[in-house]
Design a protein around this ligand. Structure first.
Ligand SMILES: [Zn+2]
Length: 271
């Protein structure tokens, strides 16, 4: 993958950031990972100058509304493009089979009948299972069950033809079962709900999240090269998040730290 475009970097309740979702841009396609909670995905894509017809694949990690409802908006307007003959490439939506069923049902309950006609032909749900591999945008993607206790959830390991490895661990702290998957990777995309100093305010572990400190310690212990942190609160650190999160992460992690703002492009170089 050439670049990472974080379309949103906030947790579910954040209002100063869009919900965490991102686009991986490669020479052979664009993978949207999660889509945030609603119509804001259209605004973020517009601000980034990305047309819906450019997205070849969507991966949806789990069913929570801050991650999956934006997908309904993408389906609705992608369907319109297909119906008008403005979208040549099919759209594949990768997620676990039960989530595919739920998303399909939401589409059927809420979209106009005409917007459902491309479903199954031009817009297809592609169920994923643990360890299954699939070629997406010219890269080999291995889907990983995150062993979430909140809701069935998947992340992935993406390998480029040049051997670069990128891991997305989904919406919660990386479980021990996945540590071998992130060992030595070039890029780790990990949630970090708040600073360690704010643990007593947000109690992130009680809601299936963790602090910058603990995410950084994990990355250090696994020999990760580049760490991207997101899915954050926006009460205590709005306006200062990048500096404070980066400072805390650097204290525990010796690789490169990225705390992107919404729409801040990151070049996925290997260094
Ligand atoms: Zn979330």
């Amino acid at each position: 993958m050439d670049t990472l475009l974080p379309l949103g970097t906030g947790a579910a309740r954040a209002i100063h950031y869009y919900n965490t979702c991102f686009l991986l841009n490669g020479p052979q396609g664009r993978l949207l990972v999660d889509a945030g909670g609603g119509n804001g995905i259209l605004r973020q894509l517009h601000l980034a100058g990305i047309g819906l017809q450019e997205i070849t694949d969507i991966f949806v990690s789990h069913e929570h509304i801050d991650h999956c409802l934006g997908v309904i908006w993408i389906v609705r307007f992608s369907a319109q493009l297909f119906l008008k003959g403005l979208r040549p490439l099919p759209l594949r939506i990768h997620c676990h089979v039960e989530l595919a069923r739920k998303l399909q049902t939401i589409c059927e309950l809420t979209l106009a009948p005409s917007h459902l006609t491309p479903l199954g032909s031009h817009i297809t749900f592609c169920p994923v299972t643990d360890g299954e591999q699939r070629e997406i945008a010219g890269h080999t993607v291995t889907f990983l069950d995150t062993h979430s206790a909140k809701a069935e959830q998947y992340g992935f390991l993406m390998e480029s033809p040049e051997g670069q490895r990128i891991v997305f661990t989904g919406d919660e702290p990386c479980k021990p079962e996945l540590h071998s998957r992130i060992t030595g990777v070039d890029w780790l995309f990990h949630e970090a709900f708040c600073l360690d100093a704010h643990d007593d305010i947000f109690h992130p572990r009680s809601i299936g999240h963790d602090t910058v400190k603990r995410a950084s310690q994990l990355a250090e212990s696994c020999g990760v090269k580049n760490l991207v942190l997101w899915h954050t609160e926006d009460n205590e650190t709005v306006g200062t998040r990048k500096a404070r999160y980066t400072e805390e992460a650097r204290h525990y992690f010796n690789g490169n730290v990225y705390v992107p703002d919404d729409l801040e492009v990151i070049r996925l170089t290997t260094r």
